[in-house]
Design a binder for this molecule. Structure first.
Ligand SMILES: O=C(CO)[C@H](O)[C@H](O)COP(=O)(O)O
Length: 227
């Protein structure tokens, strides 16, 4: 197991400690969340009573395989906790997400939680957002015109592809990855991107995070908002 994988396991173990009987949880997407789901599945098999709202089809399928009971945002519009990974975390807890392409459902779920807990390995901590290409989910219609409007904001904007074909999200839309390299003002950029007609969501998760659990070698560093 790589050092990064070990850090993900340590952080996911710590995250499980926040879960209590009766809670309704947002279940994030990605390799860190896969570890978390495995641990949560073990706790459910041992009798823990929780329900989860998945942030992607992949997470939904894995949760079902593990016997984790699922529910929907319609039935539970306010979640107790949401757990999710991140691609970048800055010192103000601002995030970029969407490396796995699930940013729309992730944001919809994560924003409804009383507490949003980010679970990550050390590599995700950055001084400034932007080295990781910023994912933007867009409608298919006129995507190239949207890409050009994104480039006018000062990035190289690239349609995400898998095996030479456009990547399609769980919502049957495209992702454009925006290479800004440095994001000076995340709030302004979010607003500029969201004002482009045809943009569905942007992977800047701002002012949402309450707790960050970072796996660092054999320990986990806990960062809490306002502490
Ligand atoms: O935003 C995401 C998926 O859309 C993931 O949370 C993010 O890409 C981190 O993934 P990993 O835990 O595999 O590093």
């Amino acid at each position: 197991m790589t050092n990064q994988s070990k850090q993900k396991v340590h952080a996911a173990r710590k995250a499980i400690e926040y879960v209590e009987d009766g809670m309704v949880l947002g279940l994030g997407t990605g390799s860190t969340m896969d570890v978390f789901l495995d641990l949560l599945g073990e706790r459910v098999q041992a009798g823990l009573q929780i329900k989860g709202v998945p942030t992607s089809v992949k997470t939904e399928q894995k949760a079902k395989q593990l016997g984790i009971p699922l529910t929907t945002l319609s039935d539970h519009p306010k979640l107790d906790l949401a757990f999710d990974g991140a691609d970048e975390i800055d010192p103000d807890f601002q995030l970029t997400k969407g490396g796995g392409g699930s940013l729309l459902r992730e944001k919809m779920v994560d924003v409804t939680a009383k507490q949003f807990i980010v679970v990550a390995d050390e590599s995700k901590m950055v001084n400034q957002l932007g080295a990781f290409p910023l994912p933007v989910e867009v409608v298919k219609f006129g995507w190239d015109s949207i890409r050009e409007q994104l480039e006018a904001l000062g990035c190289d904007a690239v349609l995400r592809e898998v095996d030479g074909l456009p990547f399609e999200t769980d919502n049957d839309q495209f992702i454009i990855d925006c290479h800004f390299h440095q994001i000076e003002n995340p709030h302004m950029l979010r607003d500029q991107i969201k004002s482009i007609v045809g943009v569905v969501e942007v992977g800047l998760f701002l002012d949402m995070t309450d707790i960050v659990l970072v796996g660092v070698d054999e320990e986990v560093i806990i960062y809490e908002k306002g502490v």
